[in-house]
Design a protein around this ligand. Structure first.
Ligand code: PGA
Length: 256
């Protein structure tokens, strides 16, 4: 059984002081949560403050990006070792905003995935189609291509540390989420791709849905066997709403 995993992508929001306050509140709200892996992914400059508050908690930390080289002349970039020293466990790679705004390529995402795994960071690899691709029936083709490209050359054994986040671009920050059934169908296609690359791993790798996930709609996604949790943007910025999403993932809640 795959354990549900909820990660909060704060994007470029919150100063270190604001981050500290948020996670202090969040920590209180989720003390009783069981059976769900939780992570917050703040901006890199907040990681130190967040680590101080969450060091002894069940809430893991993730970064939003990293470079594929260990060190050197890469102004503005952050290495895996730097993240590790701040207690980071996960790293979001290939988010659509990185791909679209910062022109990150599939090859770069692949290099980052390989580096992250080598340095024992767990990648959360984002894939998803644009509205145009969806309307042209290209969803499956697009996400299959992105998954294959991101995992090219990766050994099968560390693949269990990989999470895939299926995030249709048209659902991100729009308030318009994919239907749970549609998301599950695309995620099933992602598992088929994983089965081709690494037979057997398709049942082990967690695949999240992302795109306008809120406390009021997470249960619909969690009701689908294919969906193992969510990558949450807007609703992860406030402790109450993020805790709301997390709590609705607990198995006993799902049965209600
Ligand atoms: P959203 O963002 O929940 O605000 O739609 C999701 C994401 O970009 O990871």
């Amino acid at each position: 059984m795959r354990k549900p995993f909820i990660a909060g992508n704060w994007k470029m929001n919150k100063t270190p002081a604001e981050a500290r306050e948020m996670v202090e509140n969040l920590k209180e709200l989720v003390t009783d949560v069981e059976g769900v892996d939780m992570a917050v992914c703040p901006p890199a400059v907040d990681l130190d403050a967040v680590q101080e508050v969450l060091a002894d908690s069940e809430i893991s930390r993730g970064a939003q990006n990293m470079h594929w080289e260990s060190s050197g002349a890469f102004t503005g970039e952050i290495s895996a070792a730097m993240l590790q020293e701040l207690g980071v466990e996960y790293v979001i790679l290939g988010h659509s905003e990185r791909r679209e705004i910062f022109k990150e390529t599939d090859q770069e995402v692949n290099r980052k995935v390989q580096k992250a795994l080598k340095e024992n960071l767990k990648p959360i690899i984002c894939v998803g189609e644009t509205l145009e691709e969806r309307e042209n029936g290209k969803t499956r083709e697009k996400v299959s291509f992105q998954v294959k490209a991101a995992l090219a050359g990766v050994d099968s054994s560390p693949l269990t540390d990989v999470t895939i986040a299926y995030e249709p671009l048209w659902a991100i920050g729009t308030g318009e989420s994919a239907s749970a059934g549609d998301a599950a169908e695309t995620i099933a296609a992602i598992r088929e791709v994983i089965a081709e690359i690494a037979p057997g791993k398709e049942e082990e790798i967690r695949v999240q849905y992302g795109g306008s996930v809120k406390p009021h709609n997470i249960a619909e996604f969690m009701a689908e066997d294919q969906i193992d949790g969510a990558l949450v943007g807007g609703a992860s910025l406030e402790a109450e709403s993020f805790a709301g999403v997390i709590k609705k993932c607990q198995k006993e809640e799902q049965n209600h």
